[in-house]
Each structure stands twice: as C-alpha cells, then as structure tokens.
Write a protein that binds this ligand. Structure first.
Ligand code: FMN
Length: 166
C-alpha cells in the first residue's frame, strides 16, 4: 500500500548511477507482471548511452527529462508472441507499471514517457535501437535517484464508483 499510494512521477534525477542489482530487480518486476494467456511477450532495452539518451530526449516532446536520466528503459512487446494489438498494449502497460513501482521501492524514481504524440516516433525509435519489425515499442521509462520530492495525492472520489450499473 505504501508503494501504491506514495509513488509519484519523478522527472529530476541525480547523477548517481543506478546499481546493476537494482536494474535487474526492476526488470524482474516487469517480467513478474500478468499477461494475456501468460505469453510474457515483453522485451526490454536498457539504455545508458549518454548520446542515445540525448537523442531520445531531443525527439520526444514530453520526454525532455531523459537527457538527464542516468538510465532509461524502453518497454517493448514481441508481436510474434502477442499479435493482438490490444493485448500487446495491455501486457506492456502492466509490466511498465510494475517497473515504476519497483523503482519507488528501491529508492529510485521514474516516469512513464509516451511515444504516441507523433506518428513518426515509432520509426525513429526503431532506427535508434535497431528494433526488428516484430518488436513493438510501448513506452520509455527514465529512471534514477530522485532529485525532487513530490507529495502523495489522495485521488479517491466516491462518485466514481458504481454498483452493478452506471
Ligand atoms: C500512458 C501515460 C503516458 C504518460 N506520458 C507522459 C509523458 O510523455 N511525459 C511525462 O512527463 N509524463 C507522462 N506520464 C506521467 C503522467 O503525467 C503522470 O502519471 C500523471 O501526471 C500523474 O502523476 P503521478 O504519476 O505523479 O501520480 C504518462 C503517464 C501515463 C500513464
């Protein structure tokens, strides 16, 4: 409950590198996610190349924080394993949320960066990371030690809950 209610998106990071063990734990959290028919169709690109981080940041309108992150994950789905678009997005999304929660638990911060704002993003991402045709990118997850403090917010609204019928 602590992780669920206190996690916030973190967009400012210190220069401290993220330890290998923590990177592995975040990836394990992603792979622990539920997936449709338990196909586990995910693939993860771990990005720590400074020039590449700068290039991604330059491309993405809402991903400028990536240039200053020590680390960034690109969450992908293998369409040869999960060919249904809707399932692919859902499988990738639950894995990505697991990773964000793991970051919080490990004393790190991260944020979901979408790649939907411009139809050209996917082609550019394919080139940057050398993705084969069957690998479908879902989102970037920059990650690092937090350089900002964000308070939890209570978003519970009773009126949003409906019983049996809307
Ligand atoms: C599907 C999705 C796309 C998002 N895209 C971006 C993004 O491109 N850039 C960004 O800075 N934050 C992005 N966010 C983070 C949201 O802005 C953030 O989750 C929201 O403002 C709530 O704040 P919190 O995560 O701190 O609770 C995205 C979140 C989701 C779930």
């Amino acid at each position: 409950m602590d992780i669920l209610f206190n996690r916030r998106s973190i967009r400012k990071y210190t220069d401290q590198p993220v330890e290998k063990e923590k990177i592995e734990m975040i990836l394990r959290a992603g792979m622990a996610a539920p997936s449709a028919h338990n196909k586990q169709p995910w693939e993860f690109i771990v990005i720590d190349d400074k020039k590449m981080l700068a290039d991604i940041s330059e491309m993405l309108k809402y991903g400028k924080m990536i240039a200053k992150a020590p680390l960034c994950f690109l969450m992908c789905i293998d369409k040869n394993i999960q060919d249904k678009d809707a399932y692919a997005v859902q499988d990738g999304s639950v894995a990505a949320q697991n990773m964000l929660l793991a970051m919080y638990e490990l004393g790190l911060g991260g944020v979901w960066v979408n790649i939907e704002d411009n139809p050209s993003y996917r082609d550019q991402i394919r080139k940057i990371h050398n993705l084969p045709e069957n690998i479908y990118p879902i989102c970037y997850l920059p990650c690092g030690y937090r350089d900002e403090r964000r308070r939890p917010t209570d978003r519970y609204i009773e009126e949003k809950i409906h019983h049996n019928k809307f």
